[in-house]
Design a protein around this ligand. Structure first.
Ligand code: PLP
Length: 387
């Protein structure tokens, strides 16, 4: 039994900063635990006269998923419970299963490379067709929607941090009867809530900011549409793309601090982006919080913060970028993002990264360490490029 804080969208609606802490708790009671237990089971005993279909087998449901799914739905303002998946990619696969057979999907050319790889595999198998677009070029996307069945949005994109006009694109998609899916991993529901702007489906790599400690792999999908929800739920059950109960517990525990983590990591990001932009070894800096960033005005208008990922080019070759990454001490050279610790990598080291991502681009996921220590580490690593 969980206590939902207050009705979604109602006059008593709690601030998201409170919801991450207060949502999905057991009902208050004398001697009651303040957290839900972790339920380790593969099946549920049943009374033949009752035969409750909600708890049949643990591939279909697990009570440890419920509070996380409830809080995330409240945060994203979904009218139906969220659906937790075993990874962000499992959530993406479930959403791609909504594309009609042979249907055309419009997708940012700089989407997460795993999403691009899966879509390209499905295209090669004849399952769907894809048209890649510059998602920041609204006219180009709107034109592509004329023939489309599904619009896939990532904003800001990974790793180029392009910002789409999310409100306009979702309204165009809706007007044209095009199903829309938004990967909201980079923004989190604290910075942008696409369902409120007309998206049909929102998904997350819960691995990143929502869980926030680089210790679980999880995904989630949200929708307010009953038919889509039933399809996504059916996909999760039949493909077995489920979360471990321990991971679900850790994700909810991590979610409790999302608001304070974001506050610090965004303040750090703004400071570091401004310092990076002044450093002679740095070429282009992409961070929507920089006034000169091409996505700044759009992000300022449609998001409640600029996020905590910075992408920047260094020197003039892959070797220069590798040298800088190798020189980091405090910052860990690793892929992924959204954890409390800062991580950085030369993004084009992945063969699957789009060719248009510069070979000397470093993607930095900014953590919650002291900004001065992070800048000292960055500056020292960049200074190794001085000849
Ligand atoms: N979506 C985005 C934007 C990502 O950055 C990632 C992973 O980096 C994923 C989805 C995939 O998530 P996961 O690694 O949890 O499968």
């Amino acid at each position: 039994m969980t206590s939902t804080a207050s009705p979604v969208g109602g006059p008593d609606r709690l601030d998201p900063k409170t919801l991450v802490v207060a949502g999905g708790r057991p009902a208050h009671g004398h001697d009651g635990a303040v957290n839900h237990p972790v339920t380790f089971t593969s099946t549920y005993a049943y009374a033949p006269e009752r035969n409750d279909p909600a708890r049949t087998y643990a591939r279909f449901s697990n009570p440890t998923w419920d509070p996380f799914e409830e809080v995330l739905a409240t945060l994203e303002e979904a009218e139906l419970p969220g659906l937790l998946f075993g990874s962000g990619m499992a959530a993406i696969a479930a959403a791609l299963n909504l594309v009609p057979a042979g249907g055309l999907m419009v997708m940012p050319r700089h989407s997460y490379n795993g999403s691009l790889a899966l879509v390209q595999e499905l295209e090669a198998a004849g399952r769907l067709r894809v048209q890649l677009v510059d998602v920041a070029d609204t006219d180009q996307v709107v034109q592509a929607l004329e023939q489309a069945d599904v619009l896939w949005i990532e904003s800001p994109t990974n790793p180029m941090l392009e910002v789409a006009d999310v409100t306009r694109l979702l309204s165009e998609a809706r007007g044209k009867g095009v199903l829309s899916v938004v990967d909201n991993t980079f923004a989190t529901p604290l910075l942008q809530r696409p369902l409120t702007l007309g998206a049909d489906v929102v998904l997350h790599s819960v691995t990143k900011y929502l869980s926030g400690h680089s210790d679980v792999i999880l995904g989630a999908v949200l929708t307010s549409n009953e038919e889509l929800h039933a399809k996504l739920h059916g996909y999760r059950t039949l493909h077995g793309a489920i979360a471990s109960p321990m991971d679900a517990f850790l994700a909810l525990r991590g979610l409790r601090t999302l608001s304070v983590r974001l506050e610090r990591s965004q303040a750090n990001s703004q400071f570091l982006a401004e310092e990076l932009a002044k450093h002679p070894a740095v070429g282009e800096v992409r961070y929507p919080g920089l006034v000169e960033d091409p996505g700044h005005q759009r992000a300022a208008a449609q998001m409640q913060g600029f996020g905590s990922v910075i992408s920047f080019t260094v020197g003039d070759s892959a070797a220069d970028a590798d040298q800088v990454v190798a020189a980091f001490g405090l910052i860990t050279a690793a892929t992924s993002l959204g954890g409390v610790e800062s991580l950085a990598e030369r993004r084009a080291r992945h063969a699957s990264e789009p060719q248009s991502v510069p070979e000397n681009l470093i993607r930095l996921s900014v953590g919650i360490e002291a900004a001065t220590d992070l800048w000292a580490d960055l500056a020292r690593a960049l200074d190794t490029l001085k000849r």
